[in-house]
Design a protein around this ligand. Structure first.
Ligand code: GDP
Ligand code: MG
Length: 168
């Protein structure tokens, strides 16, 4: 039987919770200070979508996004993208558009989900719901709200992406 394997890149400003999301989804754990496992480029998890086995390879960065220094190797062959910003980091929200362009530039149009993470901190939100929706519409992507900390909606992000890829 044919196995589908998908390379997924997770982009967005530093500190929005990208590494935590990968760790949560693939290992089921959450820590305050996640440090990238040396020598590991991605973690993986297998799921079933519409009766098909899909192996998701979630590629992490080692913090190069802070210096705008993500290499071409990171993006190479990516088939889906998670574009994340944080509920409590205005700059990360405002950077979303340019992250979308960067991914498009390296990978072309690939299925992308916009993720508003840290919704457990909604009381301190610096992004209002309407502008988040507007952003998603402008970029032509689905918007999902997650809390990696509270384990809210993380699985939905990857199910949605995998389903989109299978439908193509
Ligand atoms: P990255 O730079 O995008 O990879 O972000 P990290 O995964 O390193 O997370 C940055 C910080 O945000 C860490 O202290 C995480 O524990 C924290 N964090 C990640 N996700 C959440 C979340 O959903 N809620 C809260 N409150 N903190 C989070
Ligand atoms: Mg990280």
């Amino acid at each position: 039987e044919l196995e589908v394997a998908l390379k997924v890149v997770i982009v967005g400003n530093g500190g929005v919770g990208k590494s935590s999301m990968i760790q949560r989804y693939c290992k089921g754990t959450f820590t305050k200070d996640y440090k990238k496992t040396i020598g590991v480029d991605f973690l993986e998890r297998q799921i079933e979508v519409d009766g098909e086995e899909v192996r998701l390879m979630l590629w992490d960065t080692a913090g190069q996004e802070e210096f705008d220094a993500i290499t071409k190797a990171y993006y190479r062959g990516a088939q889906a993208c998670v574009l994340a910003f944080s509920t409590v980091d205005r700059e990360s929200f405002e950077a979303a558009h340019s992250w979308k362009l960067k991914v498009e530039n390296e990978c072309g149009e690939i299925p992308t989900v916009i993720v508003q993470n840290k919704i457990d901190l909604m009381d301190h939100s610096v992004v209002n719901p309407e502008e988040a929706e507007l952003l998603a519409r402008a970029l032509g992507c689905r918007l999902l709200q997650t809390s990696v900390k509270e384990d809210l909606n993380v699985g939905a992000v990857f199910r949605h992406l995998a389903a989109q890829c299978l439908a193509e």
